[in-house]
Design a protein around this ligand. Structure first.
Ligand code: NAG
Ligand code: NAG
Ligand code: NAG
Ligand code: NAG
Ligand code: NAG
Ligand code: NAG
Ligand code: NAG
Ligand code: NAG
Ligand code: NAG
Ligand code: NAG
Ligand code: NAG
Length: 506
């Protein structure tokens, strides 16, 4: 089996090597006005939740659809151009972020290879869902397919700073002495890198490479065995050893906090690229691990609080990976005493009635009022915890590993789509009319106009309440054509184009 084959063909077999069994593919939402197929979100609420929409990159074994949902599970927007794509997978984090005074939507797109790596572009959309620019990384990279790409950003991070730059990850196949781990002296490894890139010039303002810092972070600190389901063994360019696997970056002052999944460690790096300190989830690194603070294969590390004496760090503690998967996954908040170097648990979040074992991916988002949103990555579960650590909301959206979303976010968002509303109508008992406006966040109702035969003009036949992504209404009259008018909560009206009534299934 080629380790570098495209994910489209092999993700189910290679990345998640076990049978889906009788559970099947889960349930999907399908529409007459859109090609998109997104999972049904099964939402349970147990208490008050925070405001905002949910941002997911819902992935199945055949496609990935970046999508915004209400937290009642109703689809608001999706980028359905990826529904049938087998060459690029938009599997990175989807979320709105502020650049200067504008809130923009960021979404990574590119080829994905089955070691869980990719090289692509971050597409940036404004609130009308217009792709206003792309963040690209055009250095000289060596990757599996030997093809020259227009951009080489990996999908794991997309973090805008308050200085109009964005932090991204990248991977490069290069050579390294692997004798310390029992590999070849002239071995091939996957170098984990991160970049700070200026928006919108795409000028690189900072670059860091794990392989250029093996003096501070030696290869033998990796937990990845030479032989594993998720990596090559380093004997050739085609089978590089992916020992580091960087999966999050965030800037604090002039320093950067990064997460290495396969070293089960966080590193704090200064503006010169030097490692100021290491927090290892296995042996503490430069710290001492207190009770219940061990973590491993983690994602999405962020500093929640920092002063001269202490620091609070949040992360998604997977505990599990594809080859080691018997540890309960949790949302973890750790307090670091910077003078005694003792690490203690601030919060440990897991659902006792629905334990999760997430072998990859995941996110931890601090919301307001002490609430936390956990996305469980490979496991299609999103949880919101309240300030007391109780489950306030539980969402499941399919079958373990078959449906997944790299991260999950909750943010306020206002969408004013540049594209017009869509309407589709079929002959039935009268006329069946289906209406949607992909991405509109404040719809109140729809009016339906029926076109009379022989150019007899349009007459309003129905006004119905907005009922989620696609609103359906049956009109007793047989219309020749229809036009639908979307009405927002503030009374603004926008028409679809006029469509001819068709026969369903033809
Ligand atoms: C699409 O329209 C047909 C005809 O009205 C209807 O039978 C079918 O259920 C609709 N599909 C969806 C997904 O609503
Ligand atoms: C996706 O998974 C489903 C359920 O296991 C399976 O029936 C289907 O063949 C898979 N499709 C591909 C392209 O692997
Ligand atoms: C952002 O600021 C610029 C200049 O200060 C202004 O022209 C623009 O309208 C502002 N945009 C928004 C969305 O507030
Ligand atoms: C961004 O990239 C996509 C595909 O990589 C391309 O289709 C699109 O035109 C680009 N957008 C801009 C604004 O350059
Ligand atoms: C912000 O950007 C400016 C201009 O590029 C630079 O001088 C400054 O050091 C940056 N600040 C931080 C915190 O990166
Ligand atoms: C990738 O690795 C090759 C081989 O070591 C090197 O020539 C190239 O500069 C590296 N690219 C980056 C962006 O680090
Ligand atoms: C890792 O390798 C270095 C030499 O590169 C060696 O000094 C050190 O003892 C090794 N550590 C472990 C834990 O094997
Ligand atoms: C390394 O992996 C390659 C490709 O799977 C395999 O052919 C080779 O035998 C392995 N080498 C060692 C030393 O395990
Ligand atoms: C837990 O973290 C929060 C910041 O996120 C902090 O305000 C609080 O003091 C921490 N609790 C302890 C016991 O350190
Ligand atoms: C869990 O680990 C075992 C042992 O390495 C492996 O056989 C199995 O495929 C793993 N399961 C998952 C879901 O990755
Ligand atoms: C939408 O079209 C109908 C005719 O089908 C027309 O009566 C109505 O005024 C139009 N609405 C807007 C906002 O243009």
């Amino acid at each position: 089996m080629h380790k570098y084959s495209l994910k489209a063909a092999t993700v189910a077999a290679v990345s998640f090597p076990f049978s889906v069994g009788a559970q099947g593919l889960g349930r999907f939402q399908k529409f007459n006005t859109s090609d998109a197929i997104v999972p049904v979100l099964e939402v349970q609420k147990f208490g008050p939740t925070e405001g905002g929409f949910l941002f997911l990159n819902t992935q199945t074994n055949t496609s990935t659809v970046p999508a915004i949902f209400t937290d009642d599970g109703s689809l608001v927007w999706c980028d359905d151009q990826f529904e049938h794509s087998t060459s690029v997978w938009p599997i990175g984090p989807l979320r709105p972020q502020k650049v200067r005074n504008q809130t923009l939507l960021f979404n990574w797109v590119g080829p994905v290879y089955n070691e869980g790596l990719g090289w692509g572009t971050i597409q940036v959309f404004d609130d009308s869902y217009t792709n206003i620019y792309n963040v690209t990384l055009e250095e000289s990279f060596q990757i599996f397919d030997h093809i020259k790409h227009s951009s080489y950003m990996d999908f794991h991070e997309s973090e805008v700073t308050d200085n109009q730059t964005i932090l991204v990850t990248a991977v490069n196949i290069t050579t390294a002495d692997m004798t310390a781990v029992g590999g070849p002296g002239d071995g091939y490894v996957i170098d984990s890198q991160f970049y700070e890139i200026e928006i919108p010039s795409n000028k690189v303002v900072f670059r860091w490479s794990s392989v250029e810092h093996v003096d501070q972070i030696p290869l033998n600190h990796s937990l990845l065995p030479l032989e594993s389901l998720i990596s090559g063994n380093g004997t050739s360019f085609e089978h590089p050893w992916g020992y580091f696997h960087i999966n999050s970056v965030k800037k604090y002052g002039n320093d950067y906090l990064i997460s290495s999944r396969l070293l089960c460690s966080l590193f704090y790096i200064d503006a010169g690229g030097n490692v100021l300190w290491t927090l290892s989830g296995q042996n503490g690194g430069d710290f001492r691990l207190g009770e219940n603070t061990r973590f491993c294969y983690q994602h999405d590390a962020r500093i929640a609080y920092q002063d001269a004496d202490r620091m609070t760090i949040t992360l998604h503690d997977n505990g599990d990976t594809e080859y080691d998967n018997n540890t309960l996954t949790r949302g973890l908040s750790l307090d670091l005493d910077m003078s005694t170097k003792l690490v203690t648990v601030n919060r440990s979040l897991s659902n006792p009635t629905g334990p999760v074992f997430a072998v990859s991916q995941g996110s931890y988002q601090d919301l307001s009022d002490g609430h936390v949103l956990l996305g469980h990555g490979a496991v299609p579960v999103v949880e919101e915890y309240d300030a007391d650590g109780n489950i306030a909301m539980l969402i499941t959206f399919g079958t373990y590993y078959l449906q997944q979303s790299y991260r999950a976010y909750r943010y306020p968002w206002t969408g004013r789509p540049a594209t017009p509303p869509r309407v589709v109508a079929f002959e039935g008992e009268g006329t069946d009319v289906y209406m949607s406006w992909n991405g509109a966040t404040d719809l109140a109702e729809w009016s339906v106009y029926c076109g009379q035969p022989n150019g007899g003009g349009f007459s309003k036949q129905a006004t119905v309440r907005w009922a989620g992504f696609e609103t359906a209404v049956n009109i007793p009259q047989k219309c020749q054509s229809v036009q639908a008018e979307a009405v927002t909560t503030s009374g603004q009206r926008t028409n679809s184009s006029i469509v001819t009534v068709g026969k369903f299934g033809l």
